[in-house]
Design a protein around this ligand. Structure first.
Ligand SMILES: Cc1cc2nc3c(=O)[nH]c(=O)nc-3n(C[C@H](O)[C@H](O)[C@H](O)COP(=O)(O)O)c2cc1C
Length: 173
């Protein structure tokens, strides 16, 4: 397996915690980990296998002119990535109890950009393990990546990540 690049944001919270757990399960020697803040499209070029992690803090914040969430800053870079030969996997932090109509929406927003660029995306997850009403991240009746709820389902995180990491390992170059 070629070296993996894990890019995540925001820093300092649950997204970072899960990014580090994913790195640990992949083995630190197999995966670099970097905040998405300060990352440019060209920084992804040294990796064929890329994991992108984001949280969802609501559409109004994502679109707000005032707030500058890390992923909001990176979003224009998505248009500049050289997608050929790269395999992507996504994970998203969210809360299906408090936000059941927008569960992990940002993972879907990022995922849909990747799909529009014809990027190869692996690590889709069955929705059966989650109770929610709607999500932008549901594509073809599956989550485009791995949803994690550290606010209420933290006791399930380790098992969910473990299962997902085993799947993506088989699908990475
Ligand atoms: C103001 C606010 C809005 C949120 N909106 C959503 C949402 O629309 N959908 C969702 O799934 N989670 C939502 N969440 C939950 C966060 O995604 C969740 O707490 C996540 O773990 C935060 O990640 P972080 O600790 O890395 O910032 C929201 C949280 C806050 C504080």
């Amino acid at each position: 397996m070629k070296k993996i690049g894990i890019f995540y944001g925001p820093t300092g919270g649950s997204t970072e915690k899960v990014a580090k757990l994913i790195q640990k399960k992949l083995g630190a020697e197999n995966a670099d980990i970097k905040p998405i803040i300060g990352t440019k499209a060209i920084d992804l070029d040294k990796y064929e296998n890329i994991i992108l992690g984001c949280s969802t803090i609501g559409g109004e914040t994502w679109n707000s002119a005032h707030a500058k969430p890390d992923w909001d800053i990176f979003k224009p870079e998505l248009d500049k990535i050289n997608y050929s030969g790269k395999t992507f996997a996504l994970f998203g932090l969210g809360d299906n109890i408090s936000y059941p109509r927008h569960f992990v929406d940002n993972m879907g927003i990022v995922g849909k950009v990747l799909l529009s660029k014809k990027a190869k995306v692996v690590g889709q997850t069955s929705k059966d393990d989650y109770e929610f009403i709607d999500s932008e991240a549901l594509i073809d009746n599956k989550f485009i990546g791995l949803p994690i709820n550290e606010d209420f389902d933290f006791d399930k995180t380790d098992e969910r990540v473990e299962k997902w990491v085993q799947t993506i390992k088989q699908n990475f170059n």
